[in-house]
Design a protein around this ligand. Structure first.
Ligand code: NAD
Length: 416
């Protein structure tokens, strides 16, 4: 029986391994973490993260071929394939602070693997890491390898929070990068064999290590860039009387562009986009490519601009101050169907409003229920004039205006 161990029971490690266990009954999957609280939660009825469909998959496999444990060393030493899915946040101090990826969690996982391994291992980079990380990991694993053959693969994860299970069950592609040596190719094949249990062959792409590592950063940068592009347009729409929904629709109809990721919003958030672009910027700078770095920096600048623009719009609409005014914030996670509030734009918006001494009540339901609120009742209970600032273009602005609200919808002609 093939044994898989995943180090890191977070938003990626948990769901990814649960789906592997579901689709590969012949494989034993152990997910390990240094956080006792997290592992206890995975073993309970209250999973540590919310994802539609996750609970179902975990309940089907847990205790059969899916195990959650804090006994990191035991499971690592027994595994044939070790996924490393630890966090890789932005460095906060030292060289590259504010941009480079902090690989301390990765490094300590790699050192532990080197220490406890007694048999050959395939070590898979599941975390998002800078291009060339595998080279450093290889050095750590092999410096004292006691004759053990370690093969490093890059298998970045493309799931999106909120649709993780769906994305894992039907991935657009699975990317596996490895060394071009016979051992490297054998390792790629072993991982392909795992995914082949449910992913069609033409969706499993094999590349060299550096292409796989870089593709993940590139994919996130491209996605974030689309959001910043449409958000930049939303500012121009407001200035000119164009409607960003109509513009996005027209632009997205072009088959070369496509309709996805073209919704104007208060800005992108989540734990990945900003950190991965900063990481890309840092790599470009280190490789003597400042112009390329500046190009990607601009994606983040526009995102910051959009969040500030929204706060300024709220304050200026409410007679240039929100001091002492009660504002309800509906939705706090960075998008619907997730309980994840890491790096949500709501934090910056709330901070901006609190900076002007607003009084905030924050509500988040994990699903998108704000279309169907009883806005008439809400209006009746509010101090007038009553404002709605829609940073996601979710509400029916026309209906709300009929009730009496003053409505600001991002990227749309201003309240007449
Ligand atoms: P997370 O913070 O939710 O989970 C990481 C886990 O690793 C934590 O529970 C932590 O306790 C554990 N850990 C850290 N060091 C450890 C060690 N030495 N031994 C055992 N456990 C250890 O992070 P996440 O959101 O799952 O992201 C993990 C990686 O995947 C990151 O590199 C991220 O960029 C990438 N990624 C995330 C997403 C996403 O949507 N969250 C999507 C694709 C890729």
């Amino acid at each position: 029986m093939v044994k898989i161990c995943c180090i890191g029971a977070g938003y990626v490690g948990g769901p990814t391994m649960a789906v592997i266990a579901l689709k590969c009954p012949s494989i034993e999957v152990a997910v390990v973490d240094i956080s006792i609280t997290r592992i206890n939660a995975w073993n309970s009825d209250q999973l540590p993260i919310y994802e539609p469909g996750l609970e179902d998959v975990v309940k089907q496999c847990r205790g059969k071929n899916l195990f959650f444990s804090t006994d990191v060393e035991k499971h690592v030493s027994e595994a044939d394939i070790i996924f490393v899915s630890v966090n890789t946040p932005t460095k906060t101090r030292g060289l590259g602070a504010g941009k480079a990826a902090d690989l301390t969690y990765w490094e300590s996982a790699a050192r532990m693997i080197a220490d406890v391994s007694k048999s050959n291992k395939i070590v898979v980079e599941k975390s998002t890491v800078p291009v060339k990380t595998a080279e450093a990991i290889e050095k750590i694993l092999t410096h004292n390898s006691k004759g053990i053959n370690f093969q490093i693969l890059s298998n970045p994860e493309f799931l999106a929070e909120g649709t993780a299970i769906q994305d894992l069950l039907k991935p657009d592609r699975v990317l596996i990068g490895g060394r071009e040596t016979p051992d490297g190719q054998k390792a790629i094949q072993a991982l392909k064999d795992v995914y082949a249990h449910w992913v069609p062959e033409d969706r499993i792409l094999a590349t060299n290590l550096w292409s796989a590592e870089l593709s993940k950063l590139a994919a996130n940068a491209f996605l974030a860039q689309r959001i910043s592009s449409v958000n930049a347009m939303s500012a121009l729409c407001e200035a000119t009387g164009a409607d960003v929904t109509q513009v996005s629709h027209a632009v997205g109809k072009d088959s070369r562009i496509g309709p996805k990721f073209l919704n104007a919003s208060v800005g992108f958030g989540g734990s990945c986009f900003q950190k991965d672009i900063l990481n890309l910027v840092y790599i470009c700078e280190c490789n003597g490519l400042p112009e390329v770095a500046n190009y990607w920096k601009q994606v983040i600048k526009v995102n910051d601009y959009q969040k500030n623009r929204f706060v300024n719009r709220v304050v200026s609409s409410m007679f240039n101050t929100v001091s002492g005014k009660k504002i309800a914030v509906l939705g706090f996670a960075f998008k619907k169907d997730t309980g994840d509030t890491r790096e949500t734009p709501a934090i910056d918006v709330c901070k901006g409003l609190l900076g002007d001494k607003a009084r905030l009540s924050i509500y988040d339901p994990q699903v998108n229920e704000f279309k169907t609120l009883d806005y008439q009742r809400i209006y009746d209970n509010m101090r007038k004039p009553a404002f709605v600032f829609d940073g996601r273009n979710i509400v029916n602005a026309e209906k709300l205006r009929e009730i009496g609200f003053i409505v600001y919808s991002i990227g749309k002609p201003l309240d007449p």
